[in-house]
Design a protein around this ligand. Structure first.
Ligand code: UN1
Length: 502
C-alpha cells in the first residue's frame, strides 16, 4: 500500500472523506518518504473572516452554557480520542514522521488534557476576598473571554491544539485553529473526531470549533482581528516577534510558546547510566524536533570521560530510519530546509572549533526524504550556533568546572523554555531550582528537558514568549476576571476612609 492510500484509509476511518484529499492546491507531503499524500483545498482570508464572525456568534451562546456542561463536551472528545487513538497516532507518524510510540503518545497527551479539562470545568474558582468596608463582600468571578485563535506547529500537530482547545472550550470560548502548513491532515482528522463528540453532545452552537488549513495569511487574520480575544501561538521566536506586537497593538491577549535552547547540566555526582539515557531521549527523540529538545549539555570535568564517550557511541549506534517500516528510534527531519539548516549549524560549529560526531545524511528512502544521523558536537565554548535554536538533532556538549559559572552560562541564551540538572547533591539541585538557578519555565532534576506531563503549566521565559498552556492555572489566560464588591448594608462607607458627604 502506498502512503497516499494508507493516508486515505486512515482519514476515512477518522471521518474525513476521500474527496477532501485530492484535487486541491495545497500539497501534503509525508517526511517519511517525501511522497505527496494528499492535495487539499486551503482556506482563504475570506474563509478566515467568515470563521471569525461565526465564532463570535457561537461565543454568545457557549458562554452561557454552564461550565460543567461544557466539560461534558470535552469528556466526549476524550472518549472519541480514545476510540481514534491508533488511527490518529498513525496519521501523526505519517504526516510528522514520528515513531509509532511517539505518535500514540501525542494522542495520549490529548486524552490527558481532556481529562484534566473535564475536572477543571467544575473548578474555575474565584476567590472571596476580605473587604475593609463593613457590610460588604468582595469576590472575583471568572468569565469566558471570547474566540480563541490557535496557531500550531508541525512538530506537535495535534497535542498542542488539544491543550488549547480543551481549556478554551471548558472556559466558554469557541476555537479557530490554524494548523501548520506542514500538517493540515491531522488537523482535519481532529476536526472530524471533534465532530463526533459534538454530535453526541447535541446542543452545541454552530462553529464552536473551526479548522482553517492554509498559509500564514490565515494566522495573520486571527492575529489582526479584534474579535479574536486570545491568540495562542506555538512556533519560532521569529514568528512570535511578529504575532506578539500585533496582538498587543490591539490590546488582545496572546499566549506565545516559542523557541527553546534547552540545556542539561551534568554534575560530578550524577548517575551516569541514567543520565545517558535521559540525554539520549531528550536530544535525539522526535529527531530533535521538539521545542523542549535538549540542545546544550554542560558536563563537569570530573564526569566528562565517564559520560561523553558513551554518549558518542549512542549517537553512532542509534537506529535512524522510517519508523513505520523499522523499529528506528530516530525518524526523518520534516523537510529539506530542516536538513540544510542542520548542516549550516554544524558548519558554523566546526568553524567555531567544535568537533562534530555524526550529523550526516543517511541513505534511507527516496531523495525527497531527509534522514540524518543525530549530531553530538564537542564545543570549546558556548559560541556561534550554540546560542541559537536549530530545529534538528544537534547536541552541543561543553565542559565546566565551576558551578556558579555553569549556572551563568546555562542562562546566557535568548530562550528560556526547559532545563535539567543531573545530580544527587542536594545543594546543587536546590541552587538550580532557586531564584538564581535556571531561568526557564521548566526546570527538572534527573530527567531530560522534554516530555512534560500535561498537569504542569507548559511554557517559558524570555524569547520563549512567556506564555503558559496546559495544566496548573494556565486556564486563567482563557478567561477574564471580574472583581465584584457587594454592599449589603444600609450605609455607604468609602474605601481608604475617603469622606464625600453630600
Ligand atoms: C512542543 O514541542 O511544542 O514536553 C511541545 C514535551 C511535550 C510537548 C512539546 N509534552 O516535550
Amino acid at each position: 500500500m502506498t502512503l497516499r492510500s494508507e493516508t486515505e484509509c486512515l482519514m476515512s476511518r477518522l471521518g474525513v472523506a476521500a474527496d477532501a484529499l485530492s484535487g486541491g492546491s495545497m500539497a501534503c507531503v509525508s517526511p517519511l518518504t517525501g511522497e505527496r499524500i494528499a492535495d487539499i483545498s486551503p482556506a482563504g482570508v475570506a474563509d478566515a473572516a467568515a470563521a471569525i464572525a461565526a465564532a463570535k456568534a457561537a461565543f454568545g451562546d457557549w458562554r452561557m452554557v454552564p461550565a460543567p456542561r461544557r466539560g461534558e463536551l470535552v469528556r466526549l472528545l476524550g472518549e472519541e480520542l480514545r476510540a481514534a487513538k491508533d488511527d490518529l497516532g498513525r496519521l501523526v507518524s505519517v504526516e510528522a514522521g514520528k515513531s509509532p510510540s511517539e505518535g500514540a503518545g501525542e494522542v495520549q497527551e490529548m486524552i490527558d488534557i481532556c481529562d484534566f479539562a473535564v475536572g477543571l470545568s467544575r473548578q474555575l474558582y474565584g476567590l472571596t476576598i476580605a473587604t475593609e468596608r463593613p457590610g460588604h463582600r468582595m469576590m472575583e468571578t471568572w468569565h469566558p473571554l471570547g474566540p480563541v485563535g490557535v496557531i500550531t506547529a508541525f512538530n506537535f500537530p495535534v497535542a498542542v491544539w488539544a491543550w488549547n482547545a480543551a481549556l478554551a472550550l471548558v472556559c466558554g470560548n469557541p476555537v479557530i485553529w490554524k494548523p501548520s502548513e506542514k500538517t493540515p491532515l491531522t488537523a482535519l482528522a481532529c476536526g472530524a473526531v471533534l465532530g463526533r463528540a459534538l454530535a453526541r453532545f447535541g446542543a452545541a452552537p454552530e462553529a464552536l470549533v473551526q479548522v482553517l488549513p492554509g498559509g500564514p495569511e490565515l494566522g495573520n487574520a486571527l492575529v489582526e482581528s479584534p474579535d479574536v480575544a486570545l491568540v495562542s501561538a506555538t512556533g519560532s521566536t521569529r514568528m512570535g516577534r511578529i504575532v506578539g506586537p500585533k496582538v498587543a497593538a490591539r490590546f488582545g491577549r496572546s499566549i506565545l510558546e516559542l523557541g527553546g535552547n534547552n540545556a542539561g547540566i551534568v554534575c560530578p555526582s550524577a548517575d551516569t547510566a541514567m543520565t545517558l539515557r535521559a540525554v539520549a531521549f531528550g536530544a535525539m527523540g522526535t529527531a530533535g524536533q521538539r521545542c523542549t529538545t535538549m540542545r546544550r549539555l554542560f558536563v563537569h570535568d570530573d564526569i566528562y570521560d565517564a559520560l561523553v564517550p558513551g554518549l558518542i557511541r549512542a549517537y553512532a549506534s542509534v537506529s535512524v530510519g522510517n519508523p513505520l517500516e523499522t523499529d528506528a528510534l530516530v525518524g526523518p527531519l520534516i523537510d529539506g530546509a530542516a536538513y540544510r539548516a542542520m548542516q549550516e549549524a554544524l558548519e558554523a560549529a566546526r568553524a567555531a572549533g567544535g568537533t562534530v560526531h555524526g550529523g550526516t545524511r543517511e541513505d534511507i528512502g527516496p531523495d525527497s526524504a531527509y534522514y540524518a544521523r543525530p549530531a553530538l558536537v564537542e564545543m570549546p565554548a558556548q559560541t556561534g550556533p550554540v546560542l541559537e535554536e536549530t530545529f534538528a538533532p544537534i547536541l552541543y556538549v561543553m565542559r565546566y568546572s565551576d558551578f556558579d559559572a555553569v549556572l551563568e552560562a546555562h542562562n546566557a541564551v535568548g530562550a528560556g523554555l526547559s532545563s535539567s540538572i543531573f545530580t544527587t547533591d542536594l545543594r546543587e539541585m536546590e541552587l538550580f531550582l532557586s531564584a538564581r538557578g535556571s531561568d526557564c519555565g521548566i526546570a527538572n532534576v534527573n530527567i531530560g528537558t522534554s516530555g512534560a506531563e500535561i498537569g504542569g503549566a507548559f511554557g517559558g521565559e524570555k524569547e520563549t514568549g512567556g506564555g503558559r498552556e496546559s495544566g496548573s492555572d494556565a486556564w486563567k489566560s482563557y478567561m477574564r476576571r471580574a472583581t465584584n464588591t457587594i454592599n449589603y448594608s444600609r450605609e455607604l462607607p468609602l474605601a481608604q476612609g475617603v469622606v464625600f458627604d453630600i
